[in-house]
Design a protein around this ligand. Structure first.
Ligand SMILES: [Zn+2]
Length: 346
């Protein structure tokens, strides 16, 4: 890992100037209130940080949202806010391995972040919002140490108007309804990379498809329900098959989240994948992507690259998984698929 200039940033080719290698994060607790009508987000993030080397200052990635206060172990801390990060004075020296609790109260109007391969992050929709952060969009909605190698369990407490539903990574916990708002807790106990953290706000229904080996389902706008159920009919069989060939499914449940708007490409997040309605039909072009995104739960989400330069490992295994599903579902064999793809290279 090459240290960048100033403030401990890491200079990587794909996602430059994200992350601080001088510390890791043992746990994220995010309390986020979102008002879709005004695209206004108010959050409190509590990070349990652990020093990798002795440090007095650390850097959090946070893009274009205003910090109101920072506490370190319950005490007001000095900080300096830049457009895409916040430099926090810890107030004492943390020894290597020592932990501290960093609380950041923040808010503003989140928007996708520009990157080398396009925009990523929290995006306002006509009715609701989505988060598609790969690879650099996580700081668009919460303060984090945005390195793919810094993985941690997450708890999220998400508040939205009662007319909306909200879905995020992990298993749903407590739900409260108060003063016109729904507050939903999600618990993601397995460590998660920041770019895989996601929240979807919209008008959704949930369709349960299977309960074994884990709950499998679809979260979809009501007017797309029939189309999604037909296109994703093989999803439970895919989960069961990959569970057999790759090893136990690594998380507590698996959901396909269908967005109201079309998407250029589908995207994996931890414990769920995101599809536009344009990507949902029974042709192989769609079915291979359903298998591909699911395979990322093993290759990418459970086992995650240390550096973005190794992204081919995630994608290589996910493409191989498409070929395996092709054969398993009675289409071309994996061998034939491999031969076609190899011929294209020659
Ligand atoms: Zn992929």
């Amino acid at each position: 890992m090459k240290r960048g200039s100033g403030d401990g940033s890491v200079d990587e080719r794909y996602v430059p100037h994200h992350g601080d290698p001088t510390y890791t994060v043992a746990h994220y607790d995010l309390v986020v209130d979102y008002v879709p009508e005004s695209n206004r987000l108010t959050g409190t993030a509590v990070l349990q940080v652990r020093a990798v080397e002795p440090l007095r200052r650390l850097r959090l990635d946070l893009n274009d949202l205003r910090v109101q206060k920072v506490l370190v172990d319950g005490v007001r801390a000095k900080y300096r806010q830049h457009r895409a990060w916040v430099s926090v004075e810890v107030g004492r020296e943390l020894a290597a391995g020592e932990e501290a609790e960093v609380l950041v109260a923040y808010g503003g109007r989140p928007h996708p972040m520009r990157g080398l391969d396009g925009d990523a992050g929290w995006e306002e929709l006509e009715e609701g919002s989505i988060v598609a952060s790969q690879p650099h969009g996580a700081p668009s909605w919460f303060p984090c140490n945005d390195l793919p190698s810094v993985k941690a369990p997450f708890r999220m407490e998400l508040s939205v108007p009662q007319a909306f539903s909200v879905v995020a990574n992990g298993l749903p916990g407590e739900t409260r309804r108060t003063a016109g708002r729904t507050i939903q807790v999600f618990d993601q106990p397995e460590p998660m990379a920041t770019y895989l953290a996601t929240v979807h706000v919209g008008d959704f229904v949930q369709v349960d498809q299977a309960t074994s080996p884990v709950p499998v389902g679809i979260v979809v706008p009501p007017d797309r329900r029939e189309q999604a159920v037909a296109a994703l009919a093989d999803q439970p069989a895919m989960v069961a098959y990959f569970h057999d060939v790759f090893g136990p499914y690594p998380f507590g449940r698996y959901l396909a989240v269908v967005t109201p708007d079309d998407l250029e490409i589908p995207l994996e997040a931890q414990g769920l994948s995101i599809f536009g309605p344009n990507l949902l039909h029974d042709g192989w072009d769609a079915q291979r992507l359903i298998a591909h995104e699911l395979a990322h739960q093993w290759f990418g989400n459970s086992v995650t690259l240390g550096h973005w330069n190794d992204i081919w490992l995630h994608e290589g295994f996910a493409c191989y998984a498409e070929w395996l599903w092709s054969e398993e579902s009675g289409r071309e064999s994996a061998d034939e698929q491999a031969a076609h793809h190899h011929a294209r290279l020659a």
